[in-house]
Write a new protein. Structure first.
Length: 294
């Protein structure tokens, strides 16, 4: 059938003969149907990009890279096939995010380096740090009167309430838990590995010495990691920032908009959990790893 392809500044699918595109077909009750041009077929370039990334990870990382790839696949699979169905079925988003955070933390660290004192210390530090981030986010949301209903997609989710009883209110904290998880895992394993190496080089080091060394390593990584999280949140909302600033909104009004408030809470509380992971994992690793010598 002939399909009209309307072009505009937003809908600009310039189709050519022989090009593969995605077409949406809507079937009516009487059996008739209509079709419209949906988008370009991006399966090949996107899948190729993902394959190149995974191949590079395995080539440069070797066995560790392969284990990291398996951990990444498990993390994505857990979120897509476990967390999302749990939330859509009406289970608390916060509880779902906490369970997935604990599960992925344990599995990823076991895949990376097995079960030992180092990974156990990193697991405990990660889970406790992410938990602190969730508590801080909940308190900040209550103080600022912000929750999942203030997010951009809240209205669309409420329209799906009949088929999917999503608890929209907890989505803000759930998203923060997932956002803080990666940074907390990164800095936790770095500190635990450093403390383990210090202990291997000098088994006579006391737990206080190991704790001090772990804190020094954590402080060095804290600044760049905090920048990483802030820049990640800012980059994801860059278009929104440009749009808001283009309106010339006064600062007092700008800081009190829902969208800006949500972004600030997400960025700050994710960093809060990451920062608290430093002393926690330094404490756990200094005590647990030093026991192997005694």
């Amino acid at each position: 059938m002939d399909i009209p392809n309307y072009l505009s500044a937003l809908h600009n699918i310039y189709a050519r003969q022989g090009m593969r595109i995605i077409v949406r077909v809507d079937t009516q009750i009487n059996g008739s149907y209509t079709a419209s041009v949906y988008n370009y077929d991006r399966n090949v370039p996107l899948l190729s990009l993902a394959a190149i990334f995974l191949l590079t990870l395995c080539l440069i990382g070797g066995k560790k890279g392969i284990k990291s790839m398996l951990g990444l696949v498990f993390t994505l699979g857990s979120m897509i096939f476990l967390m999302l169905p749990m939330i859509l079925s009406g289970i608390s988003p916060i509880l779902s995010a906490v369970l997935i955070a604990v599960l992925t933390t344990v599995v990823c660290f076991i895949l990376l380096d097995g079960i030992n004192r180092k990974t156990i210390s990193a697991m405990l530090g990660t889970v406790c740090g992410v938990g602190c981030s969730a508590v801080f986010a909940e308190l900040a949301g209550l103080a600022a009167s912000l929750n999942g209903y203030n997010m951009q997609e809240a209205e669309s989710l409420l329209l799906q309430a009949d088929s999917h009883p999503v608890q929209v209110q907890g989505l803000l904290v759930a998203g923060i838990i997932i956002s803080a998880l990666g940074a907390a895992m990164d800095i936790s394993i770095s500190i635990a590995s450093s403390v383990h190496e210090f202990h291997q080089l000098n088994p006579a080091l006391r737990p206080t010495d190991l704790f001090r060394s772990g804190m020094n390593v954590g402080r060095d990584a804290m600044g760049t990691m905090a920048n990483t999280l802030i820049l990640a949140f800012f980059g994801s909302s860059l278009n929104l920032m440009i749009l808001i600033f283009s309106y010339g909104i006064p600062f007092s009004q700008l800081i009190n908009t829902d969208l800006i408030g949500v972004e600030i809470i997400q960025a700050v509380t994710a960093n809060f959990g990451m920062i608290l992971s430093i002393p926690l994992v330094a404490l756990f690793s200094s005590r647990i790893i030093s026991k192997s010598h005694r």
